[in-house]
Design a protein around this ligand. Structure first.
Ligand code: MN
Length: 251
């Protein structure tokens, strides 16, 4: 069994070290990760400039082979599979910060797993709530990743599905399988003025922390590891009959 480990915080993040080490019990691990932080880049693929793929002993992952790419997490998975494959599984994380609700669409961590699914591989994304942490501790997140990956190795995953795992900051009470919260971050646009008097903008956000029971945010708030199966078949069959009835036909 060969496991490709990536992330969006970059190859020098302590989270990817913890995850790569946690995966060693499953087989051969190879790390391919961005050279700098790529949080919130989503599923971007770099098409308009060349990419470099460099062995990186300084990542401190020895003896696990580690390569850095000057691109996105999805780039890392594409190049990793092409240059170091074949792989049996893609695992992305451990992200510093949760990836909940619709924020998974902008998450680079989840995109790494999504690219794995696109390439036909089972994939798991792992994120840790770091908001209320004094000191980073990946012990429980690493254990949660092992539990979930062991399940995936035993049962496999349907073709278009990945597992999104979020781990609370405090020692978890257990695991809950949950849906996505509707809204996690409340976007804010902050306007400031540059030295020439021209306004510029920061997109920022406050965690909403309004947890509907049965959602990923609720599980985290209650102190559980949240596991959410994410289906990448975005097509909505429920709306198709109504659209067909009125839209189909000659233009
Ligand atoms: Mn990140």
């Amino acid at each position: 069994m060969r496991v490709l480990v990536t992330n969006d915080d970059g190859i020098f993040s302590p989270g990817i070290k913890a995850l790569a080490r946690a995966m060693r019990g499953f087989g051969e691990v190879v790390v391919v990760a961005p050279d700098i932080e790529q949080s919130a880049v989503g599923h971007g693929i770099t098409l308009r400039r060349p990419l470099r793929f460099k062995h990186t002993a300084s990542a401190g992952l020895d003896p696990i082979p580690a390569y850095r790419v000057d691109g996105t997490p999805a780039d890392c998975v594409v190049l990793g599979v092409h240059l170091q494959g074949p792989f049996d599984l893609v695992v992305s994380g451990i992200n510093l910060g949760v990836n909940l609700g619709l924020d998974i669409t902008s998450s680079g961590t989840v995109a790494g797993a999504m690219e794995g699914v696109s390439l036909g591989l089972p994939a798991v994304a792992v994120s840790l709530d770091t908001v209320r942490m004094e000191e980073l501790d990946f012990t429980h997140a690493a254990r949660a990743a092992q539990r979930v990956v062991a399940w995936v190795v035993e049962h496999g995953l349907p073709g278009k599905v990945l597992l999104n795992v979020n781990v609370p900051a405090r020692p978890p009470r257990g695991i809950r399988v949950v849906g996505l919260v509707e809204r996690y971050f409340e976007d804010q646009v902050i306007e400031r003025t540059d030295p020439s008097g021209v306004p510029y903008y920061w997109i920022a956000g406050e965690p909403a922390r309004r947890a509907e029971p049965g959602t990923d945010l609720w599980a985290i708030e209650e102190g559980y590891v949240a596991v959410t199966p994410i289906n990448l078949d975005f097509a909505d069959p429920a709306l198709m009959p109504a659209l067909r009835a009125e839209l189909e036909g000659p233009l």
